[in-house]
Design a protein around this ligand. Structure first.
Ligand SMILES: CC(C)(COP(=O)(O)OP(=O)(O)OC[C@H]1O[C@@H](n2cnc3c(N)ncnc32)[C@H](O)[C@@H]1OP(=O)(O)O)[C@@H](O)C(=O)NCCC(=O)NCCS
Length: 105
């Protein structure tokens, strides 16, 4: 939702998702992102994702290329980094319950 961008919600979602993956034994993580999506690419790079390769015409709606990005390995140091980020972000995003209430139909 555009009105909620830039308030660290995307980062909290990503960090929490990666934390869940680690807890379940994930050793690496990957994703595809539109090459034009600079906000998302910056977010993923902040979390250690690096571009592995370009997937040509990956998106069917406009034939845009994707960057395939990955983090490997997801070790204990990375788990500590994530735990610190999630604690900090949860303090920063102090109005999570209010956000959920306002977002529900
Ligand atoms: C990409 C997206 C999820 C980021 O979520 P967000 O809540 O707006 O971003 P956050 O406030 O959590 O920002 C976290 C980091 O993302 C990056 N970022 C976010 N917005 C950015 C922007 N406009 N330009 C550059 N980098 C940006 C920065 O690295 C930022 O860290 P910083 O504040 O230390 O600089 C959001 O823009 C979005 O929902 N976009 C539309 C859907 C989408 O593109 N999803 C991803 C598909 S692969």
């Amino acid at each position: 939702m555009a009105a909620f961008r830039g308030q660290h919600l995307g980062e909290l979602l990503l960090a929490s998702m990666l934390q869940r993956g680690l807890e379940r034994g994930a050793q690496w993580a990957s994703l595809e992102v539109r090459v034009s999506n600079l906000p998302a690419i910056h977010l993923y790079e902040k979390y250690g994702y690096r571009i592995v390769r370009r997937k040509m015409a990956y998106y069917l709606d406009n034939n845009e290329d994707a960057h395939w990005m990955a983090i490997r390995p997801l070790g204990s140091a990375y788990a500590e980094f994530l735990a610190g980020r999630v604690v900090s972000l949860r303090q920063h995003v102090a109005w999570q319950d209010d956000f959920v209430e306002r977002s529900l139909p």
